[in-house]
Design a protein around this ligand. Structure first.
Ligand code: AMP
Length: 123
């Protein structure tokens, strides 16, 4: 999928719309999800134009990949969820129900999160 530079996270990165920023590094930005699904619900995005995790892992520089992985950990620790546990989740593409076509990892925490996903129908 080609990158659409009009997606909402690209607009946040360009400063065209605001976000509730919690952390910023050279190559990554973290901000609160506008529609939180848990007491802690933060999004971490790379600043580069990558649609998905596979796009990012294929095309991003080592510096960007390192920065992104480290940022996810920093944000989890600073949000205070590292000790009790949390969930990171990236929805990718149509089957993954990705709504915003700029790579983002959700960090959920602050409560027991239940099972990962609903069991699928094996029949
Ligand atoms: P996904 O389904 O993984 O693509 O999730 C997109 C997420 O982006 C959703 O959880 C939305 O609530 C969130 N979102 C959409 N617009 C904004 C925004 N302007 N600021 C913060 N979060 C947003």
């Amino acid at each position: 999928m080609a990158y659409d530079s009009n997606n909402i996270f690209a607009k946040i990165l360009r400063g065209e719309i605001p976000c509730d920023k919690v952390y910023e590094s050279d190559h990554s930005l973290a901000f609160k999800d506008i529609n939180p699904q848990a007491p802690v619900h933060t999004l971490v995005i790379p600043k580069g134009a990558y649609v998905s995790f596979d796009d990012f892992s294929e095309k991003a520089s080592d510096a960007e990949v390192l920065d992104y992985i480290r940022t996810i950990g920093v944000v989890a620790r600073e949000a205070g969820v590292a000790e009790d546990g949390y969930r990171i989740l990236a929805n990718i593409g149509q089957n993954g129900f990705q709504e915003v076509p700029h790579l983002h990892v959700h960090i959920f925490g602050g409560q027991h999160l239940g099972r990962m996903i609903k069991p699928f129908d094996k029949s």
